[in-house]
Design a protein around this ligand. Structure first.
Ligand code: IMP
Ligand code: MG
Length: 173
């Protein structure tokens, strides 16, 4: 219910400080270029917007959506609900923006799919990395925070579509 108790894991201040650092790193790594942030709906929207606002080189925004997580159990299959045309990827410096890398299944599929469309470069930026939960090997390039094996909500992350709007990342007690 909406009466769940949520413990703060990462405060808004801590997250925003880290996002500023990631933006500065992207500014430095892509100096003189522009980047296309490929945001995965819905969870990464909050993170992608905050990151985009702090990047000073030219930024383009694109959106894709993969199959959603059911409750706290991954279905293990990945499908595209919303895709973008090949010409929006070809020749672009693409950075896939994700809320959390858990098993690694989603991003390994998405990354392979995007690589076939010949981007100028392709990196992955995630707010959260549950590194110990990998089922398939996958490494992000820009990691906000590495966290343990716990189900988190807020800052875009949901539990059955709830709690995305929390301004912090928390754990349902
Ligand atoms: P993966 O394919 O297992 O890496 O799963 C990535 C997706 O699972 C994310 O984009 C989230 O939608 C969802 N997910 C994984 N862990 C969590 C969590 O702790 N809270 C909310 N969503 C999660
Ligand atoms: Mg989700």
């Amino acid at each position: 219910s909406m009466k769940d108790t949520i413990d703060v894991l990462l405060s808004e201040d801590v997250i925003n400080t880290r996002i500023r650092e990631l933006a500065a790193q992207i500014d430095a790594d892509y100096a003189g270029e522009s980047v296309t942030l490929l945001c995965t709906l819905k969870g990464a929207v909050f993170f992608a917007c905050e990151l985009a606002k702090r990047i000073t080189i030219p930024v383009f925004m694109e959106f894709i959506q993969t199959a959603s997580y059911e409750g706290t159990q991954s279905t293990g299959t990945v499908s595209m609900k919303l895709d973008i045309p090949e010409e929006d990827v070809a020749g672009k410096h693409l950075i896939i923006i994700e809320d959390v890398i858990d098993t690694g299944r989603t991003l390994s599929v998405v990354k392979e799919m995007m690589l076939k469309r010949n981007p100028a470069s392709l990196k992955v930026c995630t707010l959260l990395d549950k590194h110990e939960c990998r089922v398939v090997p996958f490494e992000g390039d820009y990691i906000g925070f590495t966290i343990g094996n716990e189900f988190v909500v807020g800052y875009g992350l949901d539990f059955d579509q709830k709690y995305r709007n929390l301004p912090y990342v928390g754990v349902i007690r």
